[in-house]
Design a protein around this ligand. Sequence first.
Ligand code: SAT
Ligand code: MN
Length: 625
Amino acid sequence: FYEVHEVVVPHLGRVPITKGDFHALPKKVQKFIAFYVDYMTPRGIYICDGSEHEAHEVITKLMERGTLERLEALENCYICRTDPADVARVESKTFIVTKDKYQTIPHSKPGAKGGMGLWMDPDEMKIEMDSRFKDCMAGRMMYVIPFSMGPIGSDLSKIGIQLTDSNYVLLCMRLMTRVSPKVLDILGDQDFVKCVHSMGCPRPWRRKVINHWPCNPEKVLLAHFPEERKVKSYGSGYGGNSLLGKKCFALRIASNIARDEGWLAEHMLIMGVTNPKGQEFYIAAAFPSACGKTNMAMLNPSLPGWKVRCVGDDIAWMKFNEKGELRAINPEYGFFGVAPGTNWKTNPNAMASFQKNAIFTNVAKRADGMYFWEGLEDELPDDMEVTTWLGQKWKKGQPGLTSHPNSRFTAPASQCPIIHDKWEDPAGVPISAIVFGGRRPTGVPLVFEAFSWEHGVMVGAAVKSESTAAAEFKGKSIMHDPMAMRPFMGYNFGHYLDHWLSMNKPGRKLPKIYHVNWFRVNEKGKFLWPGYGDNIRVIDWMCKRLSGEAKVVPSPIGNLPEKGAIDISGIEDQVHWDELFSLPKDYWLEDAKETRQFLEVEVGDDLPAEIEKQLVEQEKRIAAM
Ligand code: SAT
Ligand code: MN
């Protein structure tokens, strides 16, 4: 409601409808489009229907222009090289806009770095927005994308409409969300999440366009308006900045909706694991970007008799039902995964997912029309020439990276060989365990179990990880990433923790909460745990806990598995239990101090008393080690 003049007289007479029937759209959608046509002045309006025909039309156009190149070795696969200045999320330009500042960010203490989200005042943002979006689509087509986050028609799903002047974004939205006219039928006269995106290059565009990827890196700005359920994004075509259904809607806006409606919108994979006895458990797991969520969601178990099936690899929407079960859906329709490191050994299921109908962004291309990136060297013939993401020629053994560290594959989830048969179940799947984790080279054991829901929320609030390539940060350092949500928080993090704590109500089957660390190294820098498919061994233990078959030993930071309780048969020579589970007192004293400092300074007076209590108790336990 900051844009009071959103009640408009459509000027549509002046702008041709290139495709679709404007007048058949729900009235609220018509009004939304009309307002932004008037404001952004595109040369035409293209109302998307999600059909194959539409995809081919757009692909043809993008290939003619040079934005997409076919990967001849695969069926219906394409490669896209962006402007090298537009390759990751831009957290420093990502804002939440509310009248009350403290609805968005906590009452932090002096010295706070403001890491828990950026706030801007609506009037100030209006000035920033007007200077960018006014006439920003001049000479460009405006695509109207109706999409559903979650199975179309599920009670747990939500509908959005995205406007964009990028047809690359349209293609990726088709893979990552459910784009269909059915969405409009179901929507009817209800409200929807408004998503407005522009590459910020109105015509005539006088600046040099690099790689046929017009963008506007100096002016990138993302604004979220939780009260209006609206997102505006300018200047970037990179996934997290432009596929607005993903982080912007499904996490930042949805976390606001979830708080209001009593559910959870989280940065979590969802997997179903079936033990050799045939019992299935569903697990949701939160890790910061680029920590292997996709690998865990599609884990290829190294223990015999286990079956893993993927429900989602990045986002979970979870709500307690009337039976007290926590039901989760994956609001997405595809995978937007980190390419480097993915290969037939590390993640065969992800590999199989993108052998057709996929888009690869900022990876390299082999002379035979196959993709290439770091981690695929074993499959690369010695004399095969590769064109890097920057367009340079490269051969095996030569120095330099062929692909950007945040290069991505975008593929339909339905193509994953182990996609769960319930992945589109409108009722979701019942979650029995929640897992937090990060990249923690030292000090943090392979796995521990929280003592209680409240302790588990504190463990989630204390998540840290080595910095990621998914955002603009340079170099490696350990950063706080509470609940793996720091870059995606939609409101005051203290209130968010209160909301999590409020989930503990009588009659509810609360999931057990775990913390894992696949990334501990020894003093030589060598990983102490093999990871990947062997992570099933840790999941096996968790499932035994869930069915009451495994015992624990309490430690100051949580319950540890009894020595030998994790099945390491066949990898005994690689695994040194005592080293993997050691809790160096100095490390934990320092860690507890640093975590308290972070939460006290960044969350300040909004830190729930219950979390404070958990911190105090944990500090006491550590001091007594
Ligand atoms: O870069 S994205 O936001 O699209 C993916 C991620 O960071 O998890
Ligand atoms: Mn993610």
